[in-house]
Design a protein around this ligand. Structure first.
Ligand SMILES: [Ca+2]
Length: 156
């Protein structure tokens, strides 16, 4: 009987993990809870405030070597037809020029492929915020933080 209960417990946990629940307006993408509104745009700071008002933050990755989430995010963006926009993510080198860190975790991001576009980020204090650019097939580039873009929020 104890063995059966244990089995049921394991099955229950497995179901919970597979059918990940996200709080509105977040939806499950690649194992994370993500919120994207392509019609709301603002500076990186403004968009971060919007993410935070939904108990999230601008997108950060847990591991630079795990491309699965990135792949599923891009598939979602293309399949839902919101692939004509550029999006902020939570990466900056503001205050530590040349060292790009996730705002949420303060972890240093890896440079080069598979995320950053060739030649980016550049060596300038004019561009201190990172974005996914539609015209670069959503490879990352550095950009002026005061530009007006949509954002990808992740539940925090
Ligand atoms: Ca910079």
């Amino acid at each position: 009987m104890a063995r059966l209960s244990l089995l049921l417990l394991f099955l229950g946990l497995a179901t919970l993990t597979a059918g990940q629940e996200c709080t509105h307006p977040f939806i499950a993408i690649g194992g994370l809870c993500i919120y994207i509104d392509p019609w709301v745009t603002g500076t990186m700071e403004e968009m971060r405030a919007i993410c935070k008002s939904h108990h999230g933050d601008l997108l950060w990755f847990d591991s630079d070597t795990d491309c699965d989430f990135y792949q599923e995010l891009l598939t979602h963006i293309h399949e839902t037809g919101i692939n004509e926009k550029d999006y902020w993510m939570g990466i900056t080198d503001e205050g530590h020029e040349g060292e790009w860190r996730y705002i949420k975790t303060n972890q240093v991001t890896r440079l080069g492929p598979p995320y950053w576009d060739t030649g980016y980020p550049r060596d300038t204090i004019t561009y201190n915020c990172a974005m996914f650019e539609n015209s670069r097939q959503y490879y990352w580039r550095d950009f002026s933080c005061t530009s007006s873009l949509a954002a990808i929020c992740r539940y925090a």
